[in-house]
Every structure is written in C-alpha cells, then in structure tokens.
Design a protein around this ligand. Structure first.
Ligand SMILES: [Zn+2]
Length: 320
C-alpha cells in the first residue's frame, strides 16, 4: 500500500505539471536565449579581448560620465544644420579620432567611475607601439582639416589621439610616452581647472606648448566643464570663448580645436563654437568619418585597456 501511495503521490505533480512545463520551458528558454544573443549581436564579428567581460561599461555605447559621476550622461546625436551638406571641392576622410581621459594606475579600486575612464600607462604604451608597428601615422586635427579642404593629403593609416580634461597624469604618464613614440596628440584642456588638484599646473601646460609644439596640440574644453546644452547662451559663450582666450594667453598660440564637455552639443552650441573662432569640435559620437559637414561634430572613439586586433577593430568603428 505504501509503495502504491508513494508512486501515486510522486506521479501527481509530474503529471499535473506536465502540461504547463513545456510551455514554460519554451518561454523561459526563448527569453534566456534572446537575452544572451541580443547584447552579443553587434560584436559577433569582432574578436574578444582578455578581461572584456569584467568591464561593466559597454564599450560599444559611448557613455561619458562626468568627474564625480553625479549624472551618467547618455549619447546625444543631434543633427546639425550642415549635416548632409558637404562644401564643394572638399573631401571626405576616414580618420579615427581616439580619446582618453585618465592615464594612470588605479588609485582607488572603489572609484569605479574613474576606473572606467582610465587607461593605464601600460596599455597606452602597448597601443602606441601597436600603432607604430602596424603602419599607422598619428596626425593632428589641422592635418585632418587640411585634407578635407583638399589642401594636403593625409599619410597612410592616419589616426588622431586625444586626451580630455587636462588631468595632471597627462603630463606625468601620457606625455613621456607620446614623446618616446613621437606620437602626435591633442589635449582638450579645461582652462579654469589648471592648478587644481588632479589637473595640470599652468607651468606644465606652458612647458608642453614650448617643448612640443609640433607634437602636442592644445585644444579647449570650456572654462569649467559645464554641459553647454544646459546653460544660457551667455554662459555657454563665456565658457567656449573664454576658454580659448585664457588658453591662448597661457601658451601664446592660437587655440582652434574644441571638445564638448560630456559630448553634449546642439546646433546653437556648435554655432557658438564656430563663432568663437574654432576650426573643429569633437564629440563622443562613435565614428570615423569626417568632412566639411561635420567640422563641429567630429566623431570620436573611446579606447580602453586592450591592444592588438581588438584595438584595431575599434579604429574601424564606422558611423555617420
Ligand atoms: Zn571632459
């Protein structure tokens, strides 16, 4: 009797659940499959790199978090009036403009935001070596502009290297490597943050400007790193034009390249940048295509800790 009861009891949940289980299993299975496959789709054709899964930001979504990380900012891709209209007799070029923030060894493992904005000097050197050994030529934004205007062709495999914010570790960690590899780079400096903790000293910027005029281009990144789409036109103008004036007074050279803080811009902001006398402005929109229609919205590529094939695949990110 006991045995029969046990079998009966055992059979009940199995038989009653049997009609629900296949449907549930299929549903759960399909949902799981979709959740696994969807994030993989854009990178299926790309090689993975060591430690990729440990990186919590998605390198394919160019998110840029302000220092302090108060508000993670999303990607803005506003169409500018000029987009789609290329000036006559100008060219379209494909130059990856890569960008970095901190170049340092992680000072605080708990500061995950800073960690995500950091490339260690070890990886920067590997990347510079990779570019040198694989036929790339670092160029500056004047060369890119001249090529678009049809004045001078670019060397083979051109790439622009840029550093945002003017952190002190640019001077201590990145600058020596750029000199070692004779790699050209552009630094976008927040003019009024010079001499603050963590930011370059004015004397360091002056030294770079004097010592490496042909290697390092000094660009502007506003006076106080404000989101230019969130402030009045008066404040935006002061931030844009004021940073140009201040930096020019320090380095005694024209400052004609600009980067939007947090990558935030719109038509009005781009018009102010042009009016202030800048020649180009860079965003955080991913892509490698530059022409006369996007002088004030050049795309850029965010770089992390990797080199080799994955690094090279990032240089080929195409976009608008
Ligand atoms: Zn910035």
């Amino acid at each position: 009797m006991r045995k029969v009861k046990a079998v009966k009891n055992l059979g009940k949940p199995i038989s009653s659940g049997w009609f629900i289980t296949p449907a549930l299993a299929i549903l759960v299975g399909l949902t799981g499959l979709i959740m696994v496959i969807l994030p993989l789709l854009p990178r299926l054709s790309l090689p993975s790199f060591p430690g990729e899964n440990k990186i919590s930001f998605d390198p394919w979504v160019e998110r840029y978090v302000p220092p302090g990380g108060e508000k993670p900012e999303t990607l803005l891709t506003p169409p500018l009036k000029t987009s789609g209209y290329i000036l006559p007799k100008t060219k379209t070029v494909n130059v990856p403009i890569i960008f970095y923030h901190y170049i340092e060894y992680n000072h605080d493992p708990k500061d995950t935001i800073r960690m995500h904005l950091t490339v260690t000097p070890y990886w920067l050197e590997k990347q510079l070596r990779f570019l040198r050994d694989n036929g790339y030529t670092t160029v500056d934004l004047n060369q890119v502009r001249a090529a678009i205007m049809g004045r001078k062709d670019l060397p083979p495999k051109p790439v622009v290297i840029s550093f945002d914010d003017g952190y002190r570790d640019f001077y201590t960690d990145a600058y020596p490597l750029l000199k070692k590899y004779q790699a050209k780079a552009t630094i976008y400096v927040i003019s009024d943050f010079l001499d603050r903790p963590n930011y370059m000293f004015t004397w360091q910027l002056k030294e770079i400007a004097t010592e490496s005029a042909n290697l390092i281009t000094i660009g502007a990144h506003t006076r106080h790193h404000l989101s230019l789409t969130s402030v009045s036109e008066k404040i935006a103008w002061d931030e844009i034009s004021g940073s140009k004036t201040r930096l020019e007074a320090i380095i005694s050279r024209p400052v004609v390249h600009f980067a939007y803080p947090y990558g935030f811009y719109n038509q009005a902001v781009a018009d102010l940048v042009k009016k202030a006398g800048f020649w180009t402005a860079t965003t955080t929109v991913p892509g490698t295509r530059e022409d006369s229609s996007n002088f004030f919205s050049f795309p850029r590529i965010r770089i992390g800790d990797y080199d080799g094939k994955f690094f090279e695949s990032r240089l080929r990110v195409t976009g608008k």
